[in-house]
Write a protein that binds this ligand. Structure first.
Ligand code: DC
Length: 231
């Protein structure tokens, strides 16, 4: 199979990470989580007491930072200026801060450039919110993952429970709704389905079924590309 860029976008709890990781594994591609970059910038801002609404300072900080995403078959590590922050960026505080940092146009400009650089040469599955619309408008395959808000909240509740945090479903539902609003209603690069993205509603599918469907679509796209190359 040749080296497509596969863009997977979708709201929180739509299964992007698990599905994107699995698709990359089956196809032998590199998995890249663009959200980890926003989290990395947020982590550094919190650590250095940079105000989360200061566009100028955040853009300068993002531009002067080195963010490395190290993707192997069985692990995905995130380094900021050489320090491994993989686990720290998953905290609730960093998630909140990341959603604030992500509305800042200057930060997005810096990170989008990095994301394009990371995927040079293709053979990449990148997940996020604006991958098919802004980062790779010419991606070989674009997927927009969806699921009902109730199912997405239940998935998030289970994730929290696995980390030992027991939350009420109603609480998680409210958190998911708030994050949806922030992602979909922001002025810069809001979460929207690209006109040419395949909509996959996985409300009634598990991650493995969703990944298999995307692998089939990727193989079909790749076959079509190869046929065009022969003509
Ligand atoms: O997917 P995630 O929860 O790790 O993303 C962290 C934050 O970054 C979240 O608020 C959405 C935002 N994000 C974004 O705006 N654009 C992306 N391509 C990826 C994530």
């Amino acid at each position: 199979m040749s080296e497509l860029v596969i863009a997977i976008d979708g709201p929180v709890g739509s299964g992007k990470s698990t599905v994107a990781r699995r698709v990359a594994e089956v196809l032998g591609y590199v998995y890249l989580d663009s959200g980890a970059m926003y989290r990395a910038v947020a982590w550094k801002a919190l650590r250095n007491h940079v105000p989360l609404d200061s566009e100028e300072e955040l853009q300068a900080m993002a531009g002067a930072s080195r963010i490395d995403l190290l993707s192997t078959d069985d692990s995905f590590r995130v380094l900021v200026d050489g320090a491994d922050v993989t686990d720290e960026i998953r905290s609730a505080a960093v998630a909140q801060a990341a959603s604030k940092v992500a509305v800042i146009a200057g930060v997005r400009t810096v990170l989008v450039k990095e994301q394009r650089r990371a995927a040079r040469g293709g053979g990449v599955v990148m997940e996020g919110r604006d991958i098919g619309t802004v980062v790779f408008p010419d991606a070989g395959l674009k997927i927009f993952l969806e699921a009902s808000v109730e199912v997405r909240a239940e998935r998030r509740r289970l994730e929290h429970a696995q980390k030992g945090e027991c939350l009420e479903l109603s609480e998680v539902l409210e958190e998911v709704r708030q994050r949806d609003r922030r992602d979909r209603e922001r002025a810069v690069s809001p979460l929207v389905r690209a006109h040419d993205a395949v909509l996959v509603d996985n409300t009634a599918m598990n991650a493995e079924e969703t990944a298999r469907l995307i692998v089939l679509l990727a193989r079909e796209r790749d076959g079509a590309k190869a046929a065009v190359r022969k003509v």
